[in-house]
Structures are given as C-alpha cells and as structure tokens.
Design a protein around this ligand. Structure first.
Ligand SMILES: CC(C)(COP(=O)([O-])OP(=O)([O-])OC[C@H]1O[C@@H](n2cnc3c(N)ncnc32)[C@H](O)[C@@H]1OP(=O)([O-])[O-])[C@@H](O)C(=O)NCCC(=O)NCCSC(=O)C[C@@](C)(O)CC(=O)[O-]
Ligand SMILES: NC(=O)C1=CN([C@@H]2O[C@H](COP(=O)(O)OP(=O)(O)OC[C@H]3O[C@@H](n4cnc5c(N)ncnc54)[C@H](OP(=O)(O)O)[C@@H]3O)[C@@H](O)[C@H]2O)C=CC1
Length: 385
C-alpha cells in the first residue's frame, strides 16, 4: 500500500517541473531538513520601521522589521506605529524569562507507586542533569516538577537552551534521561512500566494557562509613550480618544471571553516568525498577549505596554539557518550570542507598534477605508521608507 502512495523521485520531479513557485535552490532540501521537499513558497516580505528600541540586554538602536505576510495595510500600519513611538522616544523591552520544556510521562501500575515516585523526583535533579547535559553543549536542565495523574507521573523538564528555541534539544535530552532512568534499579524497584517522552503537559503548539503563567520560550514586555501631538499628527486622533477606544475594545474582549488582550499582535508574531524561520505552528502558543493602556492626566500622554509570556524563538537552529530567514535575522541584528532575547524583544516592540496604529484606525473610523485603499486599489505598492 505504502508503495502506491509514496512519492517517488519521479513524482517529486514532476511537482518540481510543473509548479512555478519552485525556488531553484539545490541546498534547500538538505538545509530545510524537511521530507519530500520540492522547493519553497514565496511569502511577500515588507519592511516596517525604523523603530528606536532599547532593551534590558543593552540593545539601543534603530531597527527595521521584516514582516512576511499577505495582509495589505499590516506593514504600513506597523510602520505608522513605529513613527509614532519614535516621536515619544522609542520603545523599550525587558526580557523576563527564557526556557524550553518537555514533559515525559512515567507510567506505574497504580497510584501508590506513582505517589512514591512523585516524592522521589526532586532528589533526581542532579542525576538527570548529568545525563541530559551529555546530549548538548547548550541545553541545560534547570528544573523538574512532577504532577500525579492517576497512576502516571508527568514531570515537567525545564531547560535553558542558549540561543536556540530548543524544542529538539529538550526532546533529545529528555529522551536520554528517560531511557537511562527506565533501565535503573530505582525504576525496577518502583515497578515503573514505561516512560514516554511527552504527555502534553508542555501544551506545545496549543494555548495554555500554564504557559501564560510560567512561560514556554521567552517572556518579554515592551512599552512606549504616545504623546498628544504625535498622536494627533501621525494617527489622526487624540490620546484620550485612543485610550477610550482601547479600553472599550478590552471590555468587549472580556465579554467575549477572549484570552488575553491585544488588537492584533499575533499579526506581527506570525509575520516575524515566518520571515525569521521560526516554527510557524508555535504562533498558537505565542498568541496570548496583554496590551495595557495608561492615560497620564498631567501630560495627556498615553503609556502603552504589552506582555508576551511565551515566545518559543531562536536565532540558531530550526529554520533560522535558511538563507533568506538568516537575512531577516541580519536585518534585525539578531545573530550571535544573546540574540534570542533581542529577537523576542523586537517582536514585542513591533507588535506594540502595530497595535497602536490599528487601535487608532478603529478609533477614528479609518480602518475599513484603509484596508479598501491598500488591499484593493494597489496603493500599497507605493513604498514609503
Ligand atoms: C494604512 C494606514 C497606515 C494609513 O494611515 P495614514 O495615516 O493615512 O498614512 P499616512 O499616509 O499619513 O502615513 C503615515 C505613516 O504610515 C506609514 N505608511 C503609510 N503608508 C505606507 C505605505 N504605503 N508603506 C509603508 N508605510 C506606510 C508610514 O510610516 C507613514 O509615515 P511617513 O513615511 O509618511 O513619514 C492606516 O490607515 C492604518 O494603520 N490602518 C489600519 C490597518 C491595520 O492596522 N490593519 C491591521 C491588520 S487588520 C487585522 O488583522 C486586525 C483586526 C481586524 O483583527 C483588528 C481588530 O479586531 O481590532
Ligand atoms: N522534536 C520536537 O519535539 C520538536 C521539534 N520542533 C522543531 O525543532 C526545531 C527547533 O529545535 P532546536 O532544538 O531549537 O533546533 P535544532 O534541532 O536545530 O538544535 C539547535 C542546534 O544548534 C546548536 N547550537 C549552536 N550554537 C548554539 C547556541 N549558541 N545556542 C544553542 N544551540 C546552539 C545546538 O548544539 P548542540 O547539538 O550542542 O545542542 C543544536 O545542535 C524547529 O525546527 C522546530 O520546528 C518543534 C516542535 C517539536
């Protein structure tokens, strides 16, 4: 059966020859490390910025964001938000946490054995560390935390992974630990039945409260000031009206039971993930964010901040090494040691810039007209950089 449906080299050649979006890149299949590779799709990339950004890691520079998207107005809107924040001194970010998790399941014959293992887990950390660390120069096991579910124990393994996002690294290290433990005297004496490497306690590629609270990836916050003059000149609305617009949307979001609150920060997360070779499916884990607006009655300034608790990003590994994705990381000055936190900080900063501009467009009722203008008339092709 598999022979009938398996794509043979001839079939792949057929696809290569008959699809006109194929990129002629002999190394792509090898570098992309995906199966049955026939080329790559072309996603349009727009540049937003410049945005003056300072970071807790010493970042202090002007940045442009490569945004891979098919949505008209998104890049222009993000660029407008950048111009606005620049007028108020730019955006700042702070990286709060950085980790990667994997959560194996230890299966026992009954809950009593599971409970006994639960008590044992904290004392196993250093043994597990010494095994995990043989698998990588960068993955470091920092915490293990058990949870009993019936006769199983799900143990959250938390790693630091250098500049890589670390999903593979955490998997390989955890598998090695599990394999060793399954063969140990302790496992035999505790009547361990088997170990499986992941039991969904990491909620990988799904949105979960645990990851909102404890992070999976980089947790980052970014903030900036909108001055009344810049708000009126650049966004065509007052800071007070913008503040009210944002607060009112937040009320509707609460009524909807929306998870987190932003207008459309996931647009920047997705566009930068795709441009920079991040795992696009991880946008689901990264989509929760919290936009906060504070109005300063003395100055009429509007202080805006956002918090993104779970950005599984990396500047090495995965798709970040592909040619064009690497170029995107270079545009962002996100290569080299320590650049993972910066990448997360820049994503949060540009997400904030897009949100303020979108918020203004819905506040002053120019939202539909701008999408009609850019999405339908071809106005978007008039570049402004
Ligand atoms: C489209 C604009 C920016 C026009 O806004 P405008 O005020 O007419 O633009 P402008 O011509 O006065 O230019 C102001 C600045 O905008 C930027 N800009 C302006 N045009 C360009 C361009 N062609 N290329 C690059 N940048 C551009 C650029 O920074 C420019 O500064 P300048 O360069 O002139 O010094 C505005 O109307 C807007 O932001 N609209 C909102 C669109 C938006 O945010 N869409 C987001 C995606 S929709 C979605 O998915 C969200 C949703 C629906 O879920 C949200 C929700 O539920 O609330
Ligand atoms: N297997 C899984 O469970 C899942 C995998 N993925 C995929 O995993 C990939 C991401 O995994 P990830 O582990 O980040 O990527 P990789 O598998 O590409 O591993 C990163 C590699 O980079 C090396 N490296 C070099 N310099 C550094 C540095 N400064 N910091 C950290 N590592 C460095 C690591 O070295 P060393 O060998 O010493 O560790 C490792 O070999 C994505 O492609 C994603 O789609 C996504 C979800 C689940």
């Amino acid at each position: 059966m598999s022979e009938l449906i398996k794509p043979t080299p001839e079939k792949l050649d057929y696809f290569k020859a008959n699809l006109n979006y194929i990129v002629e890149d002999q190394n792509l299949a090898q570098n992309a490390k995906i199966e049955n590779c026939i080329g790559s799709v072309k996603v349009p990339v727009g540049i937003a910025g410049p945005l003056k950004i300072k970071g807790s890691d010493g970042t202090d520079d002007m940045f442009y964001a490569p945004l891979a998207t098919c949505e008209a107005t998104l890049v222009a809107s993000c660029a407008r938000g950048c111009k606005l924040f620049n007028a108020g001194g730019g955006v700042e970010f702070k990286v709060l946490r950085s980790n990667m998790t994997r959560a194996p399941v230890f299966w026992f014959t009954n809950s009593e054995h599971a409970a006994a293992f639960y008590d044992l887990v904290p004392g196993l950390l250093s043994e597990f560390q010494s095994i995990a660390h043989t698998t990588s120069r960068y993955a470091r096991l920092v915490r293990i935390e058990p949870q009993i579910l019936g006769s199983t124990v799900h143990v959250l393994f938390e790693y630091s992974c250098g500049d890589a996002a670390g999903q593979n690294m955490a998997t390989f290290a955890t598998q090695e630990v599990c394999d060793h433990f399954a063969r140990s005297e302790t496992a035999l004496s505790m009547k361990l039945e088997r170990v499986t490497v992941e039991g969904q306690r990491t909620s990988e590629k799904s949105l979960s409260w645990a990851n909102i609270l404890n992070s999976r990836g980089v947790a980052v916050t970014a903030w900036g000031i909108v001055t009344p003059d810049a708000c009126q000149d650049i966004l065509g609305t007052s800071t007070w009206d913008l503040y009210q617009g944002i607060q009112s949307s937040k009320d509707a979001a609460i009524r909807n039971g929306q998870l987190g609150y932003s207008l459309n920060q996931a647009n920047v997360v997705a566009a930068m993930f795709i441009a920079c070779g991040q795992d696009a499916a991880s946008v689901s884990e990264s989509s929760w964010s919290h936009l906060i607006a504070e109005f300063d009655r003395e100055t009429d300034n509007l202080r805006l901040s956002t918090y993104l608790p779970s950005l599984p990003v990396g500047t090495v590994g995965g798709g970040s090494g592909l040619d064009t994705q690497r170029e995107a990381l270079r545009i962002l000055k996100c290569t080299g040691a320590g650049s993972k936190g910066r990448l997360a900080g820049l994503i949060a900063s540009f997400a904030l810039a897009l949100d303020v501009s979108t918020g203004a467009a819905v506040t002053n009722n120019t939202f539909a007209a701008s999408h009609r203008r850019f999405g339908r008339s071809g106005d978007s092709t008039k570049a402004k950089l």
